[in-house]
Design a protein around this ligand. Structure first.
Ligand code: FES
Ligand code: FES
Length: 155
């Protein structure tokens, strides 16, 4: 059997076309953080529980700690670094700032990306729908009231 040491993949990262080689077993979080230097994607639980490592793949939230880099071949990936445009925070980022919806900020990239996906697909969610959608994103240092207020301000 052939030994496949690396795979060539083509994808879009934060709007820019990319072609790279990845090991077949390389995790997406390691590819983003270590190979591409995009440290905004956070590692915490490593087992798809906390949501800190969330990125968007074809517009949907994905846990990069349990996804393979090879699987983004032909797809579009957005990390927290890709949300601000021309120095302007995205509306979701700005709402989190305006509502002080963070303390340490470690969970914030995942929260912001999950919220971005939510509003893209459901522009007018109820509070219950917001809570349900963000249930996979854990904040360990504060309550969720400010986060909820930030998201509700965008509905
Ligand atoms: S680090 Fe991926 S879900 Fe927690
Ligand atoms: S703001 Fe610290 S973990 Fe959420």
């Amino acid at each position: 059997m052939a030994d496949i040491a690396s795979l060539d993949i083509s994808f879009t990262l934060n709007g820019a076309p990319q072609t790279r080689s990845v090991a077949p077993f390389e995790l997406l979080i390691d590819f983003l953080r270590d190979d591409l230097g995009l440290k905004g994607t956070k590692r915490s639980c490593d087992v798809q529980v906390c949501g800190a490592c969330t990125v968007l793949v074809d517009g949907l939230p994905v846990s990069s700690c349990t996804s393979l880099a090879a699987d983004i071949d032909g797809r579009s990936v957005v990390t927290i670094e890709g949300l601000a445009q021309r120095g302007e925070l995205s509306p979701v980022q700005q709402a989190f700032v305006d509502h002080a919806a963070m303390q340490c900020g470690f969970c914030t990239p995942g929260m912001v990306l999950a919220t971005t996906a939510l509003l893209e697909h459901h522009p007018h969610p109820t509070e219950q729908e917001i809570r349900h959608y963000l249930r996979g994103n854990i904040c360990r240092c504060t309550g969720y009231i400010k986060i909820l207020e930030a998201v509700k301000s965008l509905v």
